[in-house]
Design a protein around this ligand. Structure first.
Ligand code: THU
Length: 130
């Protein structure tokens, strides 16, 4: 199972080192693979006005979309939490804009892997077109 996802998980760990988290001291890395196989990374970027901080998942998504990619095959999220962390509600809604069924790989600091999907974590997003 891990082999299939090792590249995207490694990319998320590399990115995590670039997190800017001087307030929470909780560094998160995300990697989003496009349907073409390209990987876009994101980190949490905090701000002294705390509410302006952005999560790693949205950073990765916005980076990919900014580069012209809108179709994705996987998202990986890593952090220093021993248990894998799941994307926050805001990120779930934002990810659902592009793929409400996105497969998601969550990895804890001890290597624990949880394979899930946006469909499972966030089955009923807001949508004008439902
Ligand atoms: N954070 C993420 O980047 N992704 C998550 O899935 C959960 C939380 C960030 C936001 C904040 O910078 C720090 O982790 C603590 O909440």
């Amino acid at each position: 199972m891990r082999g299939k996802y090792s590249e995207i998980i490694n990319a998320a760990w590399q990115a995590q080192r670039r997190a800017y988290a001087p307030y929470s001291h909780f560094a998160v890395g995300a990697a989003l693979q496009t349907k073409e196989g390209k990987i876009f990374c994101g980190v949490n970027v905090e701000n002294s006005a705390y509410g302006l901080s952005i999560c790693a998942e949205r950073s990765a998504l916005f980076s990919a979309v900014s580069s012209g990619y809108r179709e994705f095959s996987f998202l990986a999220v890593v952090s220093d939490s021993a248990r894998p962390i799941r994307p926050c509600g805001a990120c779930r809604q934002v990810l659902a804009e592009f793929d409400a069924e996105l497969p998601i790989i969550l990895v804890g600091s001890n290597g624990e892997v949880e394979i899930t999907s946006l469909m499972e974590l966030f089955p009923q997003p807001f949508s004008l077109t439902r």
